[in-house]
Design a protein around this ligand. Sequence first.
Ligand code: AKG
Ligand code: FE2
Length: 196
Amino acid sequence: MAERGYVIFPEFLPKDEAQALFNYAQNLGEPDWNIAGIGREQQHTVNTRVRSDQIRWLHPEHAIEQSYLSTMDTLRQYLNRRFFMGLFDYECHLARYQPGAFYKKHLDAFKGRSNRVLTTVFYLNPEWTPNDGGELIIYGESDTVLETVLPQQNTLVMFLSDTFVHEVQVAHKERFSITGWFRHNTSLGPRIDPPR
Ligand SMILES: O=C(O)CCC(=O)C(=O)O
Ligand SMILES: [Fe+2]
């Protein structure tokens, strides 16, 4: 993480916890999902040419959501102790990519204009093969491909939000993940990044 700015953990949680999150995501009803937007506040727009996934912000009222949030808070404290990152909080949402959905090349944060510091993506599907598409591609300098990540259950990817351009290739089957951001406490107004 400190040297490259990103890291991939193939087995992040105990297996049963990852599977429980998958079951939970899969059993959510249609009204639980929202069309994902881009940008923040007034600039928040729904642009299905850039991304076509659906999201659900995690809230501590649901035990299983709380459990993931609390794991990530432990990770936040560890990162602060180990790397002095000054991470202030964490927000995350479940994401559902239905067959045909994608998220074109983008950065999660623009230098100096966002308080998102570190992106985390945690994958939930138990069986995912290269034929299923939906890979996360992480780009380096001049569009070189640094990593192609299969969205396989229990893999966690973490990268600096304002540094790595990335994209989600078209998924050929339903793809579930939890995307989140560790943030700095800079004041950018009362509401920050996509309104919940
Ligand atoms: O699901 C992924 O692999 C990445 C999602 C993403 O880039 C995002 O939600 O900003
Ligand atoms: Fe992203």
